[in-house]
Design a protein around this ligand. Structure first.
Ligand code: GLN
Length: 279
């Protein structure tokens, strides 16, 4: 089998399995199995593959056909131009979440303290701290295993941060200039209709936002006040249809300057709010 034939083989199996980006996934997995770069591939797409490498490619394609997410198979994901280790204990970073990072960056100043609630792989906090040595960051998550992954990601991306394991604010001390969060926000009844990659492989406790999907925003609004400096910003990712509800939750808790920011697809994706003068 040549490189080119292997690519076609992989693409066919993956598209039969219902995978949208079958060609891309086949290509990435071929490069992974062969240990080659895209450039090496294009130098000679008709090169013969050894039996041993062909077998490892077939195994990878078989796993992906079972809808195991590509990033879990590779053990890594890209986010904000950085590479993060991922495993089934953490949500795979999504491109939409980069909007949250960009909005948070606009409102951070040298010396600020930032808290990332529900940090998972740590990708949001680490992206904010990268190259900004005056910022101080704390990442919190209920999952001990997630915090282990986040710690590794901080080391590999050469960022210093503190990490706590706790249920929402339970283990968080002190006051911050900014809180960022991508909390679980899927309605419990919608969990079953997520894509198989998400439904069957990503950690449910990173996705399930309770009956109306809003449970964690209520906690963020109520308990966040005690950990935000006056005028400090809370910046959160939201589901595409949750803008008005999350706006209302923060308005009722006395926050001001509430804004909703859309993602590139034109869906509501980020809510920002500032703590008023009462706690
Ligand atoms: N955006 C994620 C999804 O569609 C959900 C992330 C979350 O619940 N925070 O699967």
């Amino acid at each position: 089998m040549t490189y080119r034939e292997a690519l076609n083989y992989g693409e066919n199996i993956l598209s039969e399995a219902g995978i949208a980006d079958a060609a891309t996934d086949s290509r990435i997995l071929l490069f992974e199995a062969l240990g080659i770069t895209r450039e090496e591939y294009y130098q000679d797409p008709w090169e013969e593959i050894s039996d041993e490498k062909e077998e490892s490619f077939r195994i990878l394609i078989g796993k992906r056909a079972q809808r195991i997410p590509l990033q879990y198979m590779l053990g890594k994901a890209s986010f904000m131009g950085l590479t993060f280790k991922v495993d089934s204990n953490v949500l795979i970073p999504r491109m939409d979440t980069e909007i949250l990072v960009l909005e948070a960056q606009k409102r951070l100043f040298p010396g600020n303290r930032v808290l990332d609630m529900c940090t998972g792989s740590g990708c949001i906090l680490i992206s904010l701290l990268k190259g900004e040595s005056t910022l101080e960051g704390v990442g919190s998550d209920i999952s001990k295993q997630a915090i282990l992954v986040a710690r590794e990601n901080a080391v590999s991306n050469e960022v210093k941060a503190s990490w706590v394991t706790g249920n929402m604010f339970e283990k968080t001390d002190g006051c911050f200039d900014m809180i960022v969060s991508n909390p679980p926000y899927i309605r419990s009844k919608d969990m079953g209709s997520l894509m198989p990659e998400i439904r069957d492989f990503e950690p449910p406790n990173a996705l399930d936002g309770g009956e109306d999907g809003l449970s964690f925003y209520r906690i963020l609004a109520k308990d966040g006040k005690g950990h935000l400096k006056e005028g400090g910003t809370i910046a959160m990712e939201i589901g595409a249809d949750q803008g008005d509800d999350v706006y209302g939750i923060f308005e009722d808790e006395g926050y001001k300057d509430i804004e909703i920011v859309m993602d590139l697809a034109g869906h509501d994706r980020v809510v920002l709010a500032r703590r008023g003068n009462e706690k």
